[in-house]
Design a protein around this ligand. Sequence first.
Ligand code: ARG
Length: 356
Amino acid sequence: MHKKEKQIWLRPNLSAERIQIVEAPVPMPKGRRLGGVVQIWLRPNLSAKRIQIVERMFCGVKGFARRPAEHSRRGIASPRGQYEAPVPMPKGKGLGGVVQRCALLLLCGVMALLSLTACSKDFRSLDEIKKSGELIMLTNATFEPFEYVSGGEVVGADPDLAQMIAYELGVELRIVDMDFDLLVEALKSGKGDLIAAGMTANPERAEQVDFSSVYVKNGLLIIVPAGSDIQTGADLAGKRVSVQEATTSDDFATNEVEGAEVLRFKDAVAVGDAVQNGKADAAILDIKPAEGVVANSGGRLALLPDPVTQEDTSMAVAKGNAELLAVVNAVLEAAVADGTVDALIQKHMDATTLEE
Ligand code: ARG
């Protein structure tokens, strides 16, 4: 591969006539049509490894392919051919592209030095992960749009993001699905490398795991039957409230609601069902999952408008696994900055909620 050809980058507003993404970490929403061949939406930080340019296309106004200097000016067509990433980001975009990669390399170098001095650990180093050929993600796949089972597979915004991390490491992603209350212990005992489970970074958990940068600003919503007289969090006092066990909803119902009868379920899907079938007077669930449950209830359920908490959603690695955390953070921060996280959440909301 000619070196120059590695300089191509793509923006969401591609003006390509026909372009084929031969290999990319995750399929993006079909928000943008690129003509006959491709209908995926490639965002800059998805760092597609192989891009096939099937027809000529133009740089400039709409901005498509920035080739080395001579091709980056307005109106100059990029030649056909096959291009290999890395796909650098435009300048000035936070931790994107080249900057991201350099920062990452530097960080990894420092971490590698540091880890030479460490004597024991309960997690796999980046080297061990790479040698094994897989990154192991722990989750509880009952939590649309973050993670859920579709066609026998665990999918969702978290698997997509974890796939991007695995891609960055050059390994496959393996997902291990378990009850939510087992995740932290499983990570601590080395059953996986990373928790990606729409998990709230809270101080109690932070004593046991290391949290990544925040990738979703979250909170808890209250779900009630349509027409319920429960109108605020305070009205939950003394009511039957369903939650997923060991989640922040469980904490809230147990510690903040006076005299509630807390119904705990292993499975977040059962939390909404309990209200639908009259076993609970209300449910407490994270914002996006709650919106999905209500959207799919055929008008039988409603949301109280204001979240009762504000929470930060993060991924988690084993305590001290700074090498892996640096990679996770770089991928997540870039994905937040360029809208990929939002787009993935929307993609999985669309996939899991009924058409109106
Ligand atoms: N954000 C809440 C918590 O961390 C709920 C997460 C539930 N996630 C799941 N995959 N079931 O406690």
